[in-house]
Design a binder for this molecule. Structure first.
Ligand code: AMP
Ligand code: GLY
Length: 424
């Protein structure tokens, strides 16, 4: 098969790495990819949001399957674009339909779906510019901390958690009236704060049945001890040690099953990943968010733990035969540590030469923000590399990653030294 993978991050390098282990994957294109994907596949200069260009490429190169890494093309309807075009509607797109992608594209849509299908989540109400005063009033009925969520996509920055009521009311006005997050905050969901430890559950579904992929926990803040600004994620561990059989059973029966059944009941076509952000509140799992793609850096620990052929699983998803497929999981732990550019998630410099990658032993280097420049690999983003290792437990895996990171260097390189420490 010839496969086109859309995206350019560590997630895409990990997806590419996994798909290339399949005998079915004869040719893999990654658009636009990074310096890591170019070493194992063929990068193509193509904007994943330019669907006409994607179609032309697919036809010219006899692509048999399109796998979508990030949420943007999904929220913009790439699945429906293929489905509605007679020239390409036979080519499976791994990802949900446009309406399915609203589970990530609109916090309000996701909350309505959760409530409608009786899936445990925080109590909420949503507000617009017209109802901003009612929103300020609603805040007074909640206890601190206050959780404000811009309805639309805001590159992971649209959620504010504030301790002070007056500040929360002011921020609500900033979001709704002053468009703090642009159109994304023309609607705001205010919800009850859930106190617990977070984990993520990944599901692959064909819209009828599903497979639960390995769980993972990521580290969102830039600073050690979970301090400082939010990032895309600074490290990840899989499996999540506290996700025991009892918790997983609750997650499956109360959350995963009703989610897939809900999609069916609502006639939402969905052939792709569901990434369910959960919070474990005293042993009771509650949903904080849906994403309609894999997580980054979670993919860099989830893919290495899947033993089954991912391309076969994707084929089964495309044909809605996932029920018959087998998912085998590696018992070992996998962990990843993100190497970032100093300054991230605020301003940072690019173009720094990375050295030491070839000296890494017994870890997998997934590239995120990298590119090739005159024979060098240079930094090209905030998150630069993800160093993934296996171990009999997560401590062993983390130790390997840190030992290897000592051999890496670039100017202003930064990484968190405490990944996994909270799980000890
Ligand atoms: P989201 O984009 O919805 O995942 O929110 C970003 C982060 O905000 C989550 O990963 C949580 O750490 C936190 N968060 C979101 N909603 C809540 C909530 N209701 N209670 C506590 N923390 C939350
Ligand atoms: N690491 C969180 C995400 O991919 O959304």
């Amino acid at each position: 098969m010839t496969i086109l993978l859309l995206g350019s991050g560590g997630r895409e390098h990990a997806l590419a790495w996994k798909m290339l282990q399949s005998a079915k994957c004869q040719q893999l294109f990654v658009a636009p990819g990074n310096a890591g994907t170019s070493q194992i596949a063929t990068n193509v200069i193509l904007n994943p949001l330019d669907f006409i260009a994607v179609k032309d490429f697919v036809l010219q190169n006899n692509v048999d399957m399109v796998v979508v890494g990030p949420e943007d093309p999904l929220v913009h309807g790439i699945y429906d674009f293929f489905k509605n075009d007679g020239q390409i509607n036979h080519i499976p797109v791994i990802g949900p339909s446009k309406i399915g992608a609203q589970l990530e594209g609109s916090k309000e849509f996701a909350k309505e779906f959760l409530v409608k299908h009786n899936i445990p989540t925080a109590r909420y109400e949503s507000f617009t510019k017209v109802t901003v005063e009612a929103g300020c009033e609603f805040l007074t009925t909640l206890e601190a901390p206050y959780v404000l969520k811009a309805d639309g996509l805001a590159a992971g920055k649209g959620v504010l958690i504030l301790n002070d009521l007056a500040e929360a009311q002011q921020e609500l006005r900033n979001m709704l009236v002053d468009a703090k997050f642009g159109a994304a905050s023309s609607k705001v969901v205010i919800e009850e704060f859930l106190d617990g430890i977070e984990l993520s559950c990944f599901v692959l579904t064909d819209g009828k049945s599903y497979k639960i992929l390995p769980t993972a926990k990521d580290y969102k803040r830039i600073g050690e001890g979970d301090t400082g600004l939010n990032t895309g994620g600074m490290g990840a561990v899989s499996p999540v040690p506290f996700a025991d059989a009892v918790l997983m059973e609750k997650i499956e029966t109360r959350i995963v099953k009703p989610t897939v059944e809900g999609l069916q009941k609502d006639n939402i076509e969905y052939k792709g990943f569901v990434f369910i952000g959960l919070i474990n509140v005293k042993g009771e799992p509650m949903v904080i968010e849906y994403n309609v793609r894999m997580g980054d850096p979670e993919t860099e620990v989830v893919m290495p733990r899947i033993k089954s052929d991912l391309v076969e699983l994707f084929e089964a998803v495309g044909q809605q035969k996932l029920e018959d497929a087998v998912l085998e999981i590696d018992e070992r732990s996998a962990t990843t540590i993100i190497i970032a550019s100093g300054g991230y998630p605020e301003d940072y410099e690019k173009g720094k030469v990375i050295s030491g990658i070839e000296t890494i032993e017994d870890s997998i280097v997934f590239h995120a923000g990298t590119k090739e420049d005159n024979g060098n690999i240079v930094t090209n983003g905030g998150r630069v590399l993800a160093i993934t290792s296996y171990g009999n437990d997560f401590q062993e895996a983390i130790k390997k990653s840190y030992q290897n990171i000592d051999k890496l260097h670039f100017d202003k390189m930064y990484f968190r030294k405490d990944i996994g420490r909270d799980l000890l």
